[in-house]
Design a binder for this molecule. Structure first.
Ligand code: LHQ
Length: 258
């Protein structure tokens, strides 16, 4: 069985991290396969939203620690430059919404890959651990970038240094997570949310995503100019015409993602 399970249904690409006996810890194979699937999601028009989740009781326990000590295993620099950094960059560059459906514990790189997604939802029993400091490392996979932006410097600093486990409800209260769904309905509700996104005006969601990403490094004037340009791009789409027409005709829009 592959360490990444992939299928497309109703416009959603479902990516499942599949090493459940290792709590879906990342080894090189899983990291490379995930990148290939993310590339596929980016290039296929029929994919209009991506949902990433984990098989079994965990989302992902981060780096497979047995791999880094194994003879011939990847080096530290390979792990970041060839595994995690490309994954984070591909998720952020994806011109489609990416949902992290955090079904269980998300630790280390597993937590930060979830946190770099556009919308993070969690099962009630899920949890997040910046496990790096527990083994003498620093948060990677974008942790030092996304965490302070999501929850503020103080909380990020404390969580990164202490490596405390944060339960789903607290993660929602802190702003790490958009919504927590009860364990019993988590799969259905997170799928529903992904399908709802896949039926929306995909180009406008992509432009929204990229505008939000840019806002962190730009001043207001530059950001207003960017909104002006992006809005003009959005206004050129079929979906914009459809959205306005449907509103005026008092019917539900049928967006095609173009
Ligand atoms: C694992 C792992 C794991 C292998 C559970 N590896 N087997 C970047 C640069 C380069 C190097 C290092 O990494 C990075 C990025 C990172 O991600 S650093 C952070 C790496 N991750 C961690 O340090 C987390 C390690 N795991 C844990 O602390 C616990 O397993 C958590 C808190 C996630 C879950 O605890 P439990 O629910 O009590 O499960 P468990 O500990 O009993 O684990 C179940 C099995 O999974 C167990 O195997 P076994 O054969 O005994 O059943 C674990 O050894 C295995 N496993 N995480 N990362």
């Amino acid at each position: 069985m592959s360490s990444i399970i992939f299928h497309i249904e109703n416009g959603v690409a479902h990516i499942t991290l599949n090493r459940p006996d290792k709590l879906n810890a990342f080894n090189r194979e899983m990291a490379i396969l995930l990148q290939a699937r993310l590339d596929q999601c980016a290039s296929l028009h029929e994919v209009r939203a991506v949902r990433i989740t984990g098989m079994g009781k965990a989302f992902s326990a981060g780096q497979d620690l047995s791999e880094i000590t194994a003879p011939g295993g990847p080096t530290m620099s390979q792990i970041l430059s060839e595994h995690y950094n490309p994954i984070v960059k591909k998720i952020r560059a994806m011109a489609k919404p990416v949902v992290a459906a955090v079904n269980g514990v998300a630790a280390g790189a597993g937590a930060n890959i979830a946190l770099c997604c556009d919308i993070v939802v969690a099962a009630g029993s899920a949890s997040f651990i910046q496990a790096f400091s527990r083994i003498g490392l620093i948060p990677d996979s974008g942790g030092t970038y996304f965490l302070p932006r999501l929850i503020g410097w103080q909380k990020a600093s404390a969580l990164a240094m202490l490596g405390d486990k944060v339960g789903a409800d607290e993660a929602e209260r802190l702003g790490m997570v958009y919504k927590v769904f009860p364990d019993e309905t988590f799969v259905a509700e997170s799928m529903q949310l992904s399908e709802r996104l896949s039926a929306m005006a995909t180009r406008s969601l992509a432009l929204t995503k990229h505008a939000l990403s840019r806002s962190f490094s730009q001043d207001l004037d530059t950001q207003l100019d960017l909104e002006d340009r992006f809005q003009q791009d959005a206004a050129l789409t079929y979906d914009y015409r459809e959205g306005v027409e449907a509103f005026l005709q008092k019917r539900a829009p049928v967006f095609l993602g173009k």
